[in-house]
Design a protein around this ligand. Structure first.
Ligand SMILES: Nc1nc2c(ncn2[C@@H]2O[C@H](COP(=O)(O)OP(=O)(O)O)[C@@H](O)[C@H]2O)c(=O)[nH]1
Ligand SMILES: [Mg+2]
Length: 567
C-alpha cells in the first residue's frame, strides 16, 4: 500500500464509481441492508479514504464518539480548556458535530476535502439546530497536526444523530471512544467497537465518570472485553467522576493523561503516521468485502428480476396452451356456434339435398345440388365471437396469473403497485382481438381460395359460396374429429362431420387435414403477436426496475482489482 499510491487511488476511485452507479431497484429482502452499506461505503470513501489517500500528511482527525450523556462534549471542552461544544443533561445536546483544530490547520478543514456532505459553520454555537453542518472551532490548546471532532451520540433517540455519529466515526483516523461505568457493557457501543476491530481502526477508550472506588474493578473488566473483541492494544483512559467547574469543565488533572497522550501523538510524526496508516489500511482492506455484499445484493436483484420474467413467460405459455387446447377440444363448437350451425344446415332444401346426395358428391357434386345455400352470417358471427372470447380469456388469465405470482415473488408487489394497470389486459385489447380474428378469417378464406385453384374445385366451391367453405374449414379446424377422440366427438364432431365431408369431397382428405392444421397454426401465430404486445408491458415495467445485468460482475471486478493493488 505504501508503494503505488496513485495506483491505489485509481483502484479505489474505480470501485467508488461502480458502487455509486450500482442500483438496487427491486424491493427484495437484501435491498435495505445493502442500500445502507452502499451509502455508508460511498460516504466513507468520500469523507475519509480518498481524501486521506490524497493527502497522507493532513492532520490526524480523532473523533470523540460514544453513548449518550457519557460526557463526550464535556471531555472535549475540558481537553481544549474552553467551551467549544455544548454539553448538558437535555438530550440530545450535540446535534451538529464540532470539529476543533489548531489555527494553523484551518486550511485542512475549512474546505470540503473531508466530509464533503457537511457544510462548514463557524462562530459561537447558539444552540440552534443546524442539520447537515459541522461547526469549526479553533483552539491553540490543541497541538497542530491533530483535530478533535465531538460527535453526536451513537445511541441517540434521534435516528439522524445516530446516522451522523456513524458517518463521523467512519471518517476518523482515531476513535476516542467514550463510555461510562454504567454503559461500558452495552450492546450498541460494542457493535461499533467490533466494526473498529474488524477494520483495524485505531481506537482509544475513555472510561468516563468513573466512581473512584469502582476503577479497580471496572478497568480490568473493560480491558478483558477489549481483548476478547479484538482490540487488545486500545489504550484505556479513566476519567473519575468529579464536580465540574463553573464553566462545566473537568478539573485539569482529570484529563491530564489523555491530553498528554494526544499531544505526544500529535507531536510525533512517526507515531501519527502509524495510527493514520493503520486505520487507512483497515478501511481500504474492508472495501472489497463490503463491495462483495453489494455483489450478492446485485445478484439477488438479477435473480428476482429473472423470476418475475419467468412468471410472465409461464403465464403466456399457459395462455397459448389454453388457446391451442380450446381450438381442438371442441370448446369452440358448443353453444352459439352449434346453434348457428344447426340453424344453417337444418333449414331449407339445400342441405337436405346435400344429405341425400352425399354418396354422389365425389363425382357429380355440383349437379346434384339445386338452389343456393342459406346465408352463413350467423355462423360466421358466432365463430368470430367464440374465437375472440377464447383469445381474450387467455390473456385475462395470463394477466391475473402474473399478478398472483408477482404478489408472491420477491420484489413483485412494488412493481405492481407502481403499475396497477398490469393486472388487467391493455386497454384496446378487445378491439385488437376482434381485428385479429377478422384477419384470421380472411386468411382462412384465402387458404380455401388458393387451394381451390383448379376449375373443377372452383366450381364446387362456388356451389356453396367461398364464405361457407371458409366457415366449414374453421369448423373442421376446431373439431376433434382429426386426431382426437372421446365424448367430445358426440357434440363437436357431430357439428363438423358434415362440414368435413363436404370439404373432403371438394379438396380431398389430405388437403383438408393440411388446411385445418394451417388454419390452427396461423391463429396461434396471430395469438403470439397479441401476447408479444401484452408481454411488452411487463418487460417495460421490469426493465425500468431491474438492475443492469452486468452490475454484479462489474462490482466484483473493481473489488478484485483493488484487492490485487492492496496486496
Ligand atoms: N458531575 C459531572 N457531570 C458530568 C461529567 N461529565 C459530564 N457531566 C454532565 O453530564 C451531562 C452530559 O454531558 P455531555 O458532555 O453533554 O455528554 P455527551 O452527550 O457525551 O456529550 C452534562 O450535564 C454534563 O455537565 C462529570 O465528569 N461529572
Ligand atoms: Mg455531546
Amino acid at each position: 500500500m505504501d508503494g503505488d499510491v496513485e495506483g491505489l487511488v485509481s483502484a479505489v476511485e474505480a470501485l467508488r464509481g461502480a458502487v455509486d452507479e450500482a442500483v438496487l431497484p427491486l424491493d427484495v429482502p437484501s435491498r435495505a441492508p445493502a442500500e445502507t452499506s452502499r451509502r455508508q461505503l460511498l460516504q466513507q470513501l468520500d469523507d475519509y479514504v480518498l481524501p486521506r489517500l490524497r493527502s497522507i500528511d493532513a492532520p490526524l482527525l480523532a473523533v470523540v464518539g460514544g453513548s449518550t450523556g457519557a460526557g463526550k462534549s464535556t471531555l472535549v471542552n475540558s481537553v481544549v480548556g474552553r467551551r467549544v461544544s455544548r454539553s448538558g443533561v437535555l438530550r440530545p445536546t450535540t446535534t451538529s458535530p464540532v470539529l476543533v483544530h489548531h489555527p494553523e490547520d484551518r486550511r485542512w478543514f475549512e474546505d470540503t476535502r473531508i466530509l464533503p456532505g457537511l457544510a462548514r459553520v463557524t462562530g459561537e454555537d447558539t444552540g440552534e439546530h443546524q442539520p447537515g453542518t459541522v461547526r469549526l472551532a479553533e483552539s491553540s490548546a490543541l497541538p497542530a497536526g491533530m483535530a478533535l471532532l465531538d460527535a453526536p451520540d451513537i445511541d441517540s433517540v434521534v435516528s439522524a444523530n445516530r446516522t451522523i455519529a456513524t458517518q463521523l466515526l467512519s471518517a476518523a483516523d482515531l476513535w476516542l471512544f467514550v463510555t461510562t461505568a454504567a454503559r461500558y457493557a452495552d450492546a450498541v457501543p460494542w457493535d461499533f467497537l467490533r466494526t473498529a476491530a474488524d477494520r483495524g481502526t485505531a481506537v482509544a477508550i475513555v472510561l468516563d465518570r468513573i466512581p473512584p472506588d469502582a476503577v479497580e474493578e471496572i478497568r480490568p473488566h473493560l480491558a478483558s472485553m477489549l481483548r476478547e473483541q479484538g482490540l487488545p492494544t486500545a489504550p484505556i483512559f479513566t476519567v473519575p467522576e468529579t464536580t465540574l467547574d463553573a464553566d462545566g469543565r473537568l478539573p485539569a488533572d482529570a484529563v491530564a493523561r489523555l491530553r498528554s497522550w494526544l499531544e505526544a501523538l500529535a507531536g510525533d510524526a512517526r507515531a501519527r503516521s502509524i495510527v493514520v496508516g493503520q486505520t487507512l489500511r483497515g478501511a481500504v482492506e474492508s472495501l472489497s468485502g463490503r463491495t462483495a455484499d453489494l455483489v450478492v445484493a446485485s445478484r439477488d436483484q438479477a435473480d428476482a428480476a429473472a423470476a418475475l420474467q419467468r412468471s410472465v413467460d409461464d403465464a403466456f405459455a399457459d395462455a397459448r396452451r389454453h388457446v391451442s387446447d380450446g381450438m381442438t377440444d371442441g370448446t369452440l363448437l358448443r353453444g352459439e356456434v352449434l346453434a348457428r350451425w344447426q340453424e344453417f344446415v337444418g333449414t331449407g332444401e339445400f342441405f337436405r339435398q346435400v344429405e341425400t346426395t352425399i354418396s354422389k358428391w365425389r363425382d357429380k357434386l355440383t349437379s346434384a345440388i339445386k338452389g343456393s345455400p342459406p346465408p352463413a352470417e350467423g355462423l360466421g358471427e358466432a365463430l368470430q365471437t367464440g374465437v375472440a372470447a377464447l383469445l381474450l380469456s387467455s390473456v385475462e388469465k395470463a394477466d391475473s396469473q402474473v399478478a398472483r405470482d408477482w404478489r408472491r415473488l420477491a420484489g413483485g408487489s412494488p412493481v405492481l403497485a407502481r403499475h396497477p394497470d398490469l393486472v388487467k389486459p391493455a386497454p384496446g385489447l378487445g378491439a385488437d382481438v376482434e381485428r385479429l380474428v377478422r384477419d384470421w378469417q380472411g386468411e382462412v378464406l384465402e387458404l380455401v381460395r388458393t387451394e381451390g385453384q383448379s376449375r373443377r374445385t372452383n366450381a364446387r366451391i362456388a356451389a356453396y359460396g367461398l364464405n361457407a367453405i371458409g366457415l366449414f374449414l374453421m369448423l373442421v379446424a376446431f373439431s376433434t374429429s382429426y386426431g382426437l377422440t372421446g365424448a367430445e366427438i358426440g357434440i363437436a364432431g357431430g357439428t363438423a362431420v358434415l362440414a368435413q365431408r363436404v370439404l373432403e369431397a371438394i379438396f380431398g382428405d389430405q388437403a383438408v387435414r393440411d388446411m385445418a392444421a394451417q388454419a390452427r397454426t396461423r391463429l396461434l401465430e396471430l395469438a403470439d403477436g397479441l401476447y408479444a404486445s401484452e408481454r411488452e408491458r411487463y418487460a417495460a415495467a421490469l426493465g425500468e426496475l431491474a438492475p443492469p445485468p452486468d452490475q454484479a460482475a462489474r462490482l466484483a471486478a473493481v473489488a478484485s482489482r483493488l484487492r490485487s493493488v492492496v496486496r
